[in-house]
Design a protein around this ligand. Sequence first.
Ligand SMILES: NC(=O)c1ccc[n+]([C@@H]2O[C@H](COP(=O)([O-])OP(=O)(O)OC[C@H]3O[C@@H](n4cnc5c(N)ncnc54)[C@H](OP(=O)(O)O)[C@@H]3O)[C@@H](O)[C@H]2O)c1
Length: 249
Amino acid sequence: MDISARTVLIVGGTTGIGRGLAQRFLDAGSTVTVGGRNTEQVEGADGLETVRVDVTDPASILAARDEVLAKHPDLDLVVTMSGVMLTEDLRDPGHITQAETTIAVNLLGTIRVIDAFTPHLIGRGAGDIITVSSGIGFLPFPLMATYGASKAAVHSYTESLRAHLAGTGVGVTELIPPAVANAGQEKLNPNALPTGDFLDEVIGLLTRTPTPKEIVVERAASLRWAERDGTYAELLAARSQSLSNLPGR
Ligand SMILES: NC(=O)c1ccc[n+]([C@@H]2O[C@H](COP(=O)([O-])OP(=O)(O)OC[C@H]3O[C@@H](n4cnc5c(N)ncnc54)[C@H](OP(=O)(O)O)[C@@H]3O)[C@@H](O)[C@H]2O)c1
């Protein structure tokens, strides 16, 4: 994928991985808009445009789409980066609040943002969608149960989306990050990959021709392929140890 002459929207690009990815596209010469609820976090960042959007609110997504397409009728890349990573204690039914938020943002938010832009991208006959799942979608981290379920769903949805869009000129790529050191992951996991190192590897893979259908950095490979490699049960048992951090366990 070319990253130097794109017109990009990264929904969920106001902080963390999305913000870093936005900078990489911008530095390479692309025009980049980042979306999120808290766009003030990005104000003043040279060259980055912003759009306010809450992916749990369908009207907000449509308003953001209209605003972005009015300014950038040549938009040709949409990244669905918005996500929340919430821990849950499944012994306490009160966890449903976290579960509902997780599904609303990570899964329904992803689907709604894609739906908002597919007519435009298909109409152009060229463009790309990048979805964002997680290594946890392939190998659960039981402390974040619904998070893992939402990302497994994003993976499955992405596979179907690619099939639906075949022949339209719109490519679909799935970014599968391992633990990356932001959004609290640096506290949960001391081995989380520094964001800059992660993005270096992502850009290296993303710019390959043809564009890989999945962007799996080296650190994510053991999660992505655990089932195939026969390491799933052992790794899941190790990752379940973190449940002992829950109160009363
Ligand atoms: N960090 C990791 O270890 C890791 C690992 C695997 C996958 N991922 C995935 O990578 C993506 C980015 O994560 P990150 O680590 O960079 O986390 P982050 O820094 O917390 O970024 C999350 C982004 O999502 C946006 N967002 C959250 N709720 C939203 C809502 N209701 N509407 C619109 N935007 C919303 C936030 O923007 P506002 O606050 O401005 O709304 C922010 O831009 C997520 O999908 C995450 O699940 C992360």
